[in-house]
Design a protein around this ligand. Structure first.
Ligand SMILES: Nc1ncnc2c1ncn2[C@@H]1O[C@H](COP(=O)(O)OP(=O)(O)O)[C@@H](O)[C@H]1O
Ligand SMILES: [Mg+2]
Length: 268
């Protein structure tokens, strides 16, 4: 059974109260994500990637279509608070803007305390909880004393994204939706973030939806690629197939824009 099944997902935004202007942000999108699989949604800005992610994360209701997580329709079968907490424990988001994920008025570890509060088997006291927080920070390559007690503006974007991944070591989600997690942090930290996601997949069997506008990066990290344009999936398949034998004009365009350094991989 697939961990996530997205079926004919559609989102139409209506602009203004009386205006008839409609934006079809996501059109009839279907795909599946299996256990331990990394799939990429690739497309230019405005292609509907974030809207798709928000519907999967249960942050934005679809206009039509279904999303099944572990066999349950997340918009129809999750009715009470308890099942919503369970869903939040199992499906985790890493957003593009690491600043927006933190409240500027609280020390950054607050997000880790919140993760602990979602746990089914919580640590029995504060000291144990703090140990768990420190361990999760070590797992993402952060020395706890570099970040504990600091406020969001006092640490780097890369550190902020790492702490979002530290949450995953605490919560052990089954699915992570990472929406352009590396696009707003400096280039030197990017590889590290990708590597941390791959480690989670290896060690916990996490499934990951990796959202990016960079087909080269998607080629490098994913088991399956879905190329989106104007809200639709226009090409899908194994990275080798999508990148080496693209059929859609738009995919060909994206392949053409992959830097040469990446394209050398084709020759291996
Ligand atoms: N809340 C909203 N209201 C109206 N239009 C929106 C809203 N969110 C996104 N859109 C529009 O939907 C389309 C897809 O946007 P988005 O999903 O953010 O694309 P991407 O993440 O691929 O850049 C764009 O045309 C965008 O302007
Ligand atoms: Mg986006």
């Amino acid at each position: 059974m697939s961990r996530l099944v997205v079926k004919n997902l559609t989102k139409i935004f209506s602009l203004g109260f009386f205006s008839k202007r409609r934006i079809e942000a996501v059109k009839n999108v279907s795909f599946e994500v299996k256990e331990k699989e990394i799939v990429s949604l690739v497309g230019e800005s405005g292609s509907g990637k974030t809207t798709t992610a928000k519907m999967i994360l249960r942050l934005l209701p679809p206009t039509s279509g279904e999303i099944y997580f572990e066999g349950k329709d997340i918009w129809k079968d999750i009715k009470d608070r308890e099942s919503l907490v369970e869903f939040r424990r199992k499906v985790h988001a890493v957003f593009q803007d690491p600043f927006a994920s933190y409240n500027p008025f609280y020390p950054v570890e607050r997000t880790l305390w919140q993760a602990i509060s979602l746990l089914e088997n919580k640590p029995s006291n504060k000291k144990e909880a703090l140990e768990l927080i420190k361990e999760s920070l070590f797992r993402v390559g952060i020395d706890p004393k570099d970040v504990l007690g600091k406020y969001p503006h006092q640490i780097s974007g890369g550190q902020k994204q790492r702490i979002m991944i530290a949450r995953c070591w605490i919560l052990r989600p089954l699915l992570i939706v990472a929406d352009e997690p590396t696009s707003m942090i400096d280039a030197s930290s990017r590889g590290g973030i990708i590597k941390l996601l791959e480690e989670l997949r290896e060690e916990q069997g996490t499934s990951i939806i990796f959202i990016t506008h960079d087909l080269g990066l998607a080629y490098y990290v994913s088991d399956n690629i879905f190329v989106m344009k104007n809200g639709e999936i226009v090409e899908r398949g194994h990275p080798d197939k999508v990148v080496l034998e693209p059929t859609h004009e738009y995919t060909k365009l994206l392949v053409g824009s992959i830097p040469k350094l990446y394209r050398k991989l084709e020759d291996l």
